[in-house]
Design a protein around this ligand. Structure first.
Ligand code: SAM
Length: 174
C-alpha cells in the first residue's frame, strides 16, 4: 500500500498551532505515516505525540525540517512529491496514478506557498479549484487515495478506544 508522509510548510507558531495540529491529527486518523513540519514548534509535536500515546499507532511528527532538503531527500530516495493546491490538476484526474506509487510526500501550505514548490512537486493537485483549507484538502485527498478503507482504522496498542454507539459517549480504557 502507498506510504504517505505530510510536509507542512509556512507554519506560523503564533497563529497556526491549532490548524497545524489538526493537519497532523487528520493525517494520522486517515492513514498517513507521519508529518514533517518545516518550522520549529515543539507545542505541535507534543500535542500530536500525546494523542499517539493515548490513541495508539506509530504516527510520527518531526519539526524544524528544512523543506527544500526534505523534498530533495524524498525525491533522491525515489519517492513522489504531491503538492495540494487549488491551482493544480483536479484530484479525480490523477488519483489513480498516485495510488500506484510507493512513497508519497504530500505538501500542504499555510498562507502563501513559495513558487518554487510548484516546480519541485511531481504533481500539483487541486481538491476542487476553489480556495478552502489544508485540513479539508488533505482529508479528501487521503480518503480518495485509500478509497475509504482508512475509515476502518484501529490501533492494537491504543490505551483508549471508542465503542461506537448510536447515542451517548462510550469508551474503554485498555
Ligand atoms: C488557506 S490555504 C492558502 C492558499 C494561499 N492563498 C495560496 O495562494 O497559496 C492553505 C493551504 O490549503 C491547501 N488548499 C487550499 N485550497 C485547496 C484546494 N482547493 N485544493 C488543494 N489544496 C488546497 C493548500 O495546501 C494551501 O497551501
Amino acid at each position: 500500500m502507498v506510504r504517505i508522509v505530510i510536509l507542512r510548510i509556512g507554519h506560523r507558531p503564533e497563529r497556526d498551532q491549532r490548524v497545524t495540529t489538526h493537519v497532523g491529527l487528520a493525517a494520522r486518523a486517515l492513514g498517513a505515516e507521519g508529518m514533517y513540519l518545516a518550522e520549529a514548534d515543539n507545542g505541535v509535536v507534543q500535542s500530536i505525540t500525546d494523542v499517539v500515546t493515548r490513541w495508539g499507532g506509530t504516527f510520527f511528527c518531526k519539526d524544524n525540517m528544512k523543506w527544500r532538503r526534505c523534498i530533495n531527500d524524498w525525491k533522491e530516495g525515489g519517492g513522489t512529491v504531491v503538492h495540494l493546491t487549488m491551482y493544480g490538476l483536479n484530484l479525480p484526474e490523477v488519483i489513480d496514478e498516485i495510488r500506484g506509487k510507493d512513497n508519497v510526500l504530500v505538501i500542504v501550505g499555510a498562507e502563501k506557498v513559495p513558487g518554487e514548490i510548484f516546480g519541485l512537486a511531481d504533481y500539483n493537485i487541486a481538491v476542487t479549484s476553489q480556495p478552502h483549507s489544508e485540513i479539508s484538502s488533505l482529508a479528501v485527498f487521503l480518503d480518495h487515495l485509500f478509497s475509504g478503507t482508512e475509515l476502518a482504522g484501529r490501533y492494537a496498542d491504543a490505551k483508549i478506544r471508542i465503542i461506537p454507539s448510536k447515542a451517548g459517549k462510550k469508551t474503554e480504557e485498555v
